[in-house]
Design a protein around this ligand. Structure first.
Ligand code: UD1
Length: 425
């Protein structure tokens, strides 16, 4: 496990090009098994979750090849297994999405229970209930799930909560076959729209309406090769906005789309951060940018509740808590999705933070933090500790920093390129 060392950093300046999106590329990589053909994915981020997904694809007979720095080719013609049980499955929550994709392609799937960040219970009951409604028998064998499609059944599924993973799994499981599936109360995250665009390019028939998504199954031989470009990562872009807001400076985030991170930008604006952007819907995402300018120490009295898109993302809750803890703030953060997200508060408290946790609320009173040795307990907590370390007096060492590489291609390269003082130990 690697560690990162950080010194207080101020007045950041320059540009960062935001990497491709993790939460967009992972389900799309799972979806490449469906066409039995070639998929070329551009702007694929070089993060450990992508490398682990590639290992899973290879374990079931798919060939993969990097055709340039960020373009990955997946050939699923010789797929020879419907079981995803290798160790990598337990390292990522998103591996459960292979179940839907393999049911489409092979009519059956075996998938070990997924892992991912230790941020809470993370059950898959909605995935299983939806599969059963679709005519897929699901056996919970204690180690994972075994799925067998015994019937192609038209159905309407209403999710009790707009789960990202459940929406993705249902869409993928419905692509091939002679059935029509409607999903109500589906997740509206941008990653869902991208997954549908990818599948439509592949030959799938999907109709996205305000209230439902309708997937009309097609024959396997209707699916074709597909080439697709991954959008930039809205969580990485928002993290870097928080970095600049905390350290002060003037930084342009290239390929960053303000429309996908308004909830994060609005909090910063209310704390005095200047944010300009080109959000012209007509332009390609590479040409979009966000400029963040901050002269003073950040000051804010306020509150936020995490929620499904377009509300404040749970993935930004740890970076937000870190930013608030080290500035002139009185802030209340309510977490509605993952109960263990507040674990990071203990690490911030080691750095001198004043945070009280009660049920699913964190009461934060900002003050000057001081550097010390802290532990990253998950991906976003790691990113939060980077923000805290950049604003803290003295040296901060983040242990278990490998978690950060699950989602950030090279946070050290990016932050150093704008004048930050951060190194691998
Ligand atoms: C995805 C994202 C993750 C993000 C989360 C919420 C990926 C790879 N991961 O995770 O970064 O934090 O969305 O935006 O895209 N739930 C159930 N039963 C289920 C499924 C979910 O109770 O069957 C609950 C979860 O415990 C959680 C909530 O629903 O409280 C949202 O989970 P979900 O949207 O499914 O998150 P993920 O897809 O796991």
């Amino acid at each position: 496990m690697s560690a990162i060392s950080i010194e207080k950093s101020e007045k950041l300046e320059g540009k960062i090009r935001v990497q491709g999106s993790k939460n967009e590329v992972l389900p799309i990589l799972c979806a490449t098994v469906i066409n039995g053909n070639i998929s070329i994915i551009h702007n694929c981020p070089r993060i450990s979750d992508v490398y682990n997904t590639i290992k899973i694809l290879n374990s079931i007979g798919c060939k993969t090849e990097w055709i340039d720095d960020n373009s990955l080719m997946v050939n699923s013609r010789n797929l020879n297994d419907y079981r995803v049980t290798c160790n990598c499955v337990r390292m990522m929550r998103s591996s459960i999405i292979f179940a839907g994709a393999l049911v489409s392609r092979c009519k059956q799937a075996v998938c070990s229970y997924p892992g991912g960040c230790v941020i809470g219970e993370r059950p898959i009951d909605m995935h299983i209930a939806a599969f059963r409604k679709m005519g897929i028998k699901v056996i919970n064998n204690g180690k994972g799930i075994e799925c067998i499609r015994y019937k192609e059944k038209n159905c309407k599924i209403r999710l009790r909560f707009p789960s990202v993973g459940a929406t993705e799994n249902i869409i993928l499981a419905s692509i091939i076959g002679n059935q029509t599936v409607y999903i109500y109360n589906y997740a509206k995250e941008p990653e869902i729209i991208s997954l549908c665009s990818f599948l439509i390019k592949m030959g799938g028939i999907i109709d996205i309406r305000k209230d439902y998504i309708k997937i009309s199954g097609v024959k396997k031989n209707c699916l074709k090769n597909v080439e697709y470009c991954i959008d930039s990562d809205r969580i990485v872009a928002a993290t870097y906005m928080f970095v600049v807001a905390g350290c002060k400076g003037d930084v342009v985030l290239e390929a960053a789309d303000i429309d996908k991170l308004r909830a994060s930008a609005d909090i910063l604006k209310s704390a005095g951060v200047l944010i300009n952007s080109d959000s012209n819907k007509g332009i390609a995402f590479e040409k979009k940018y966000i400029r963040i300018k901050m002269k003073e120490k950040l000051s804010l009295k306020g509150k936020v509740t995490t929620g499904p898109f377009p509300y404040f993302p749970t993935d930004m809750q740890s970076p937000l808590m870190a930013l608030m803890a080290g500035n002139n703030t009185e802030f209340l953060c309510k977490e509605t999705m993952f109960e263990n997200r507040f674990k990071m508060a203990n690490e911030l408290i080691k750095m001198g933070a004043d945070i009280i946790i009660k049920d699913n609320k964190a009461y934060i009173k900002g003050k000057q933090l001081h550097g010390c040795r802290v532990n990253a307990s998950d991906l976003r907590a790691g990113a939060g500790l980077v923000i805290a370390g950049l604003g803290a007096e003295g040296r901060t060492v983040i242990q278990h920093a490998d978690y950060i590489y699950r989602g950030y291609e090279d946070i050290i390269r990016d932050i150093n390129s704008i004048g930050g003082n951060i190194h691998i130990v």
